[in-house]
Write a protein that binds this ligand. Structure first.
Ligand code: EPS
Length: 387
């Protein structure tokens, strides 16, 4: 299974293509749109989200609600393009507006400067437009298809916010995806501790007034992955490594860990390894410190991925930079921004984890038909239980 996205933040649309999903997968477009709406939400978002009303259009690979086995092509339109059609015109550059919207003062922490240097762009808008986190909307659409694919195979995935700046907002480490969903959907931050939401809002408002931004920690839990996906045989077959790659590929992510991650380094091995139990249903573990992975393979316990999101680099109180033409000191460009996009990030990371897990399932079982795939996985689960 492979996927690809295209499109700029203020271009006409975002496009995504995914190839390798089996035929006969039922897709609920409403559920994709729900995730797109969740990505737009969350306390601390900027004004762009009031312009957009992200909905997906399926333009290939699906008929009467089911995949055809051919590449699935999705589109999310950018409503804001209406205000940028001349600036973003793919053919002509004869508008004064396009000159005015040129970006010459690269933002520290953004792709602007290095992107310009690498590709030879003298208008850094050519970098900004693609490096903008707007692109994550289409990854959410593609990931939501994979989320439905996984659900139909008994695998549930959820993303939520653990920490905003220094504030811990989800203190309990829950593994039950349905329970996590119920809790995090009861507030606008996607956190488990309902009593911390007001404090989080206050922190975001204060940061916004200061023209600053906030990052934090997101956690993704996947329940129902059968043991044995991924492999120990070579470094590039390890599924935890593939997950880390995909998570790191999301804008603003600076760190990834599995299970207890860095915390495990502070404890002796006896308090880190998960003891093996054999129960009526088969092999399991007493705890899940290792986040569902041993030897780069799923071990049947819930998969736990943590990600560190840096604060968004576009600041209303801009930092120092230099003009790329005059080289003189200046303040960084101020494009529209969010105080925090941590809640949105939890939906984006949930989506990329779904993409990676779906890829692992398709690689392992390689079936062209959803019905056959369901049978293969059911047989495999039985074989594991008998081991
Ligand atoms: C975003 C869209 C962007 C930004 C934000 C996230 O749109 P605009 O620039 O028109 O406001 O709001 O992205 C960034 C701040 C960034 O630096 O990439 C979105 O849809 O998530």
């Amino acid at each position: 299974m492979i996927y690809l996205t295209a499109g700029e933040s203020h271009g006409p649309q975002l496009t995504g293509i995914i190839e390798g999903l089996p035929a006969g997968l039922h897709i609920d477009v409403g559920a994709i749109n729900d995730n797109l709406a969740k990505r737009q939400g969350g306390y601390g978002r900027g004004n762009r989200q009031q312009i957009e009303h992200d909905t997906v259009q399926v333009v290939g690979g699906m008929r009467h609600g089911y995949t055809l086995g051919s590449p699935l092509a999705l589109v999310v339109k950018n409503r804001d393009h209406a205000h940028w059609s001349e600036v973003m015109d793919p053919l002509e550059n004869d508008s004064e507006n396009a000159q005015l919207r040129q970006l010459k003062h690269p933002r520290p922490g953004h792709a602007d400067l290095v992107g310009g240097m690498k590709y030879g762009h003298r208008d850094l808008r050519n970098v900004l437009e693609r490096s903008s986190a707007r692109e994550t909307a289409i990854r959410v659409a593609l990931g939501s298809v994979c989320q439905q694919f996984l659900e139909q195979l008994g695998i549930k995935v959820v993303g939520y916010v653990k920490q905003l700046g220094p504030l811990v907002l989800s203190s309990e480490d829950l593994l039950d995806v349905d329970r996590i969903r119920r809790e995090v959907e009861a507030n606008d931050m996607r956190v488990l501790d309902q009593d911390k939401v007001d404090e989080a809002h206050a922190q975001i408002l204060k940061t916004k007034k200061e023209g600053d931004t906030l990052g934090g920690i997101v956690r993704i839990v996947a329940e129902g992955m059968p043991a044995g996906l991924g492999s120990y045989i070579s470094w590039d077959t390890k599924l935890d490594a593939k997950l880390a790659f995909a998570v790191m590929g999301v804008n603003a992510i600076k760190g990834v860990s599995i299970g207890d991650g860095f915390e495990a380094t502070t404890r002796p091995g006896s308090m880190v390894m998960d003891e093996i139990l054999h129960e009526d249903a088969g092999w399991t573990r007493r705890t899940d410190h290792l986040g569902g992975f041993e030897g780069g393979m799923t071990n049947g316990m819930p998969v736990i991925v943590n990600a560190a999101m840096k604060p968004i680099p576009t600041l209303y109180k801009p930092l120092e930079t230099a003009d790329i033409e005059t080289k003189e000191r200046s303040k960084a460009s101020v494009e529209r921004s969010d105080t925090t996009a941590l809640t949105a990030c939890s939906i984006v990371l949930q989506s990329v984890v779904c993409l990676e897990l779906a890829k692992a399932v398709c690689d392992e079982f390689q079936s062209s038909s959803m019905e056959r795939l369901k049978k293969q996985i059911a047989e495999y689960r039985e074989e594991l239980a008998r081991y």
